[in-house]
Ligand binder design. Structure first.
Ligand SMILES: Cc1cc2nc3c(=O)[nH]c(=O)nc-3n(C[C@H](O)[C@H](O)[C@H](O)COP(=O)(O)OP(=O)(O)OC[C@H]3O[C@@H](n4cnc5c(N)ncnc54)[C@H](O)[C@@H]3O)c2cc1C
Length: 417
């Protein structure tokens, strides 16, 4: 099997890169082992929420100048990052995904526990407050679905009340949900969303919500609507008739999974081949060190060949990086990584502190090329959270690094032609 480019990993980074390449006329394949971080996503993409020294960031593009040289944004150059950040909104719009937000100023998403975190692009479901302090309304009605445990109404009410919003908590009960409710492990966001997607159910939901409103100016709901497409979210908003705010739930993330599925179908519509549930196990290089082909579990001894390869396998969470007691390695190509020697430097025993291991990953140059034993591999690119030099969790930049490195790597590949 031969392609122009093979992408390993079909999460946010792999899909964005694949769509851009495929739409530009390349013949691409994505091989992806399984779920990605999108299944756990908050529904927002973060660009930069905090500097490595802990300084909170209001204007991501301005703050990037203070990032260390090894950060992927510094490696690409802040001007380039600004260009790709501007392209990203258009990219999602072309894929039929509505996003709001601006790279010049962070907005503040509400987390499932009611905290506020800096956000860049926010899926259309959400209406992030413009500041950390902004109150969501004067009187909020926080509504849950009876029996659903992954939406903590009390935490949300406590946090909204601190900002001066009077809150009331209520729940709705739908007979169509009763089969799920009999078994609490079935009462999960994706199962609820499947029921809500059925004809007539969101109308019933809206009717029940309307009868519960008693002078409130905002309704707060869990983001468990629209697994297939976001239209039900808009329809529900319109039917409720007052400001309606959806808040991310504990995983799985309905908006995240919808986005993943939409991007995958956009890639396939453009003619890309997506091999889901397959794992790339090893690669072969030629005498000049260029990668020639890869093998996968499902295709066994049938090699997949390409001119270029993109590694988008994620961090430890997705098994893009592996840690043993004494070393950290990248399992497909064995590329060079940036990481602290000495296991004691990998993590802080205080779980809540910054964890160094999250910043470990592929060492890349300005072309996003990876290296093996110090030798640049000019047809191998590393993108997304497999790249090192940034602590996505601490700095709040995971989505941004994934999208921007993906767009940049696609350009580098296209420039070669
Ligand atoms: C739980 C969690 C939640 C997050 N939430 C957010 C958020 O809300 N907002 C935000 O901005 N950032 C978030 N992040 C940061 C996140 O890492 C990035 O936003 C981004 O989604 C990462 O995308 P990725 O494509 O680089 O990696 P991933 O999403 O991890 O995808 C990697 C893919 O590669 C596949 N893979 C791995 N090895 C192989 C192999 N050998 N062969 C084939 N396939 C392979 C995996 O199965 C997976 O599908 C979150 C991260 C985690 C871990």
């Amino acid at each position: 099997m031969r392609f122009d480019t093979i992408i390993i990993g079909g999460g946010l980074a792999g899909l964005v890169c694949g769509i851009k390449l495929q739409k530009a006329g390349q013949k691409c394949a994505i091989v992806s082992a399984g779920q990605s971080a999108m299944h756990f996503s908050s529904g927002t993409f973060d660009l930069l929420g905090r500097l490595p020294d802990g300084t909170e960031v209001e204007s991501p593009l301005e703050a990037m100048a203070s990032l260390p040289a090894e950060h992927p944004y510094s490696v690409l150059g802040v001007e380039k990052v600004a260009e790709y950040a501007a392209q990203a909104k258009e990219f999602f719009a072309e894929c039929g995904i509505k996003v709001n937000g601006d790279a010049s100023r962070n907005s503040w998403r509400v987390t499932p526990t009611g905290e506020r975190k800096a956000a860049w692009l926010t899926l259309g479901d959400f209406t992030p407050p413009a500041s950390r302090e902004e109150k969501i309304g004067n009187k909020a009605l926080i509504i849950n679905i009876l029996g659903y445990l992954d939406f903590n109404t009390k935490f949300l009410a406590d946090s909204f009340e601190k900002q001066g919003t009077e809150c009331r908590i209520a729940s709705i009960k739908l007979e169509e949900m009763e089969r799920l409710r009999k078994n609490p492990s079935e009462m999960r966001s994706t199962n609820i969303a499947r029921v809500m997607d059925r004809d007539g159910i969101w109308e019933k939901t809206a009717d029940q919500i309307k009868t519960l409103i008693k002078g409130e100016d905002i309704v707060v709901l869990p983001a468990v609507f629209g697994l297939k497409d976001a239209s039900v979210v808009e329809k529900l908003r319109e039917a409720i008739g007052i400001k309606t705010m959806f808040v991310a739930t504990m995983p799985p993330s309905v908006p995240g999974i919808r986005t993943q599925m939409t991007l995958k179908s956009e890639f396939e519509k453009a003619g890309g081949r997506f091999f889901l549930g397959d794992t790339v196990t090893e690669s072969t290089a030629d005498e000049k060190g260029q990668i020639r082909n890869i093998s996968t579990v499902n295709f066994n001894d049938i090699r997949m060949e390409a001119d270029n390869f993109v590694l988008a396998t994620g961090s430890f969470f997705s098994k893009g990086l592996i840690a043993t007691p004494d070393k950290i390695y990248e399992p497909v190509f064995g590329i060079d990584l940036t990481y602290n020697e000495g296991r004691e430097n990998w993590f802080n025993t205080n779980f809540w502190k910054k964890q160094n291991y999250i910043s470990f990953g592929a060492r890349v140059d300005a072309d996003l090329n990876a290296s093996i034993d110090g030798n640049k591999i000019s047809n191998l690119y590393a993108i997304g959270s497999v790249t090192g030099g940034t602590n996505a969790l601490y700095e709040g930049c995971g989505g941004g690094v994934a999208i921007i490195t993906a767009l940049a790597a696609a350009d580098r590949i296209l420039e070669k032609k």
